[in-house]
Design a protein around this ligand. Structure first.
Ligand SMILES: [Zn+2]
Ligand SMILES: [Zn+2]
Length: 374
């Protein structure tokens, strides 16, 4: 696995590719969809042809996976047992447990894999959609799909959805009498408070899922980085107002809303207008910092290799199928899931480096080029 080229190299903010899929072309309007994979877009036929050598294997992979999925869907419906008992209508929630559904589930999982290794937004959106479908059909998640969902939410900046998803797995799903065969309470946590203490997330509450655990920390860091930037902007605005507006009185807060919003990256911060009018963000920042400290301690307890490897210079990543709790293999698996989510959440690794060194107060400047601190 390769890091996106920007990571660690400079301070430019890594972003998902959008618009025309040809590298270097930033056209985002009047795009046409590749008719074979139906996922990648191009501004002109010429750019599509130019990108073909690079796009070809992904494109073929997606098309084949989709064809195979259709074949398996038909084969499942045609099974004698399901002639009058359509599983897609009558057995949602029991897929995988019903043996006959397994080839279809495998085909769906293959389709999700065909979208991977891309930082093209429509491909990530398609992957997320397929993963959610796998979970809808089999909420008990025998295939371990839930590990891949939170990093996708984070990469697509669906931070609130991510928080709700992880919280659900750490709370409702853990209840002893939770009934996996019905959908009554499936993923029913909506708009939970991302600022709340998250004692419900620890090394025991996530059924051993290190990726979900790590994603909770990415989310909290994304939000605290936003708040630290907001506070700095707030201070600058106050200084300027005192300097230039001493006679006319302070300008209305609303004037600065746009400037403040531009500083923020997390959709969870942007969705809370009250934060932009809050005169003193320090209590909120301090509360989040404590929560992040305790998350980092519980992650260390779950797997002492994860954070050091994340911040270390070299990472060995490769295919892993089996691992023990707390092992280096578990760390590598979780790193594969979460690496891009960290890299694309600007400022989160800088925060973590300084938090580990106990130097946040002295050195954390979310706008600065932090490459020297590695
Ligand atoms: Zn183009
Ligand atoms: Zn294509």
């Amino acid at each position: 696995m390769q890091a996106p080229p920007e990571a660690h190299d400079n301070s430019s903010e890594p972003k998902l590719d959008d618009g025309c899929a040809l590298t270097g072309c930033d056209k985002a309007e009047e795009l046409q969809r590749c008719s074979a994979c139906k996922i990648f877009f191009y501004c002109t036929r010429e750019h599509q042809v130019k990108d073909r050598p690079k796009h070809k294997s992904t494109c073929t992979g997606i098309r084949k996976a989709r064809d195979n999925l259709e074949k398996q869907r038909q084969a499942l419906i045609d099974q004698p047992d399901f002639r009058n008992d359509n599983p897609f209508e009558n057995h949602v929630g029991r897929f995988w447990k019903l043996r006959e559904t397994r080839p279809f589930m495998m085909a769906l999982s293959k389709l999700a894999q065909a979208f991977q290794n891309s930082n093209y937004r429509p491909a990530l959106e398609a992957e997320l959609e397929v993963c959610m479908e796998l979970l809808r059909l089999c909420p008990g998640d025998n295939m371990g799909v839930r590990e891949t969902v939170p990093p996708l939410f984070i990469r697509l900046n669906k931070d609130q959805e991510c928080y709700d998803f992880v919280k659900w797995w750490a709370t409702t799903a853990k209840e002893g009498d939770y009934d996996w065969s019905t959908h009554d309470r499936y993923l029913d946590i909506k708009n939970a408070d991302i600022f709340e203490p998250c004692n419900f997330i620890n090394e025991k509450s996530l059924c051993g899922s290190l990726s979900l655990h790590a994603c909770m920390m990415i989310l909290k860091i994304k939000v605290v980085v936003d708040l630290i930037k907001l506070r700095a902007t707030q201070n600058q605005i106050e200084e300027m107002s005192a300097k230039f507006c001493s006679e006319t009185g302070p300008p209305p807060e609303e004037l600065f809303l746009g400037i403040k919003k531009e500083k923020c990256r997390s959709s969870a911060t942007l969705a809370r207008p009250e934060l932009f009018l809050e005169p003193n963000l320090t209590p909120k920042i301090n509360a989040l910092r404590k929560q992040i400290d305790s998350l980092s301690e519980s992650i260390d307890r779950q797997n002492k290799h994860y954070i050091p490897a994340l911040l270390g210079p070299d990472m060995e990543l490769g295919p892993i199928t089996m691992f023990q709790m707390g092992s280096p293999e578990e760390m590598r698996m979780a790193l594969q899931h979460t690496w891009y989510a960290w890299m694309e959440s600007f400022g989160t690794l800088d925060y973590l480096v300084l938090q580990r060194a106990g130097e946040l107060d002295e050195h954390f400047d979310p706008d600065a080029d932090m490459k020297d601190s590695y």
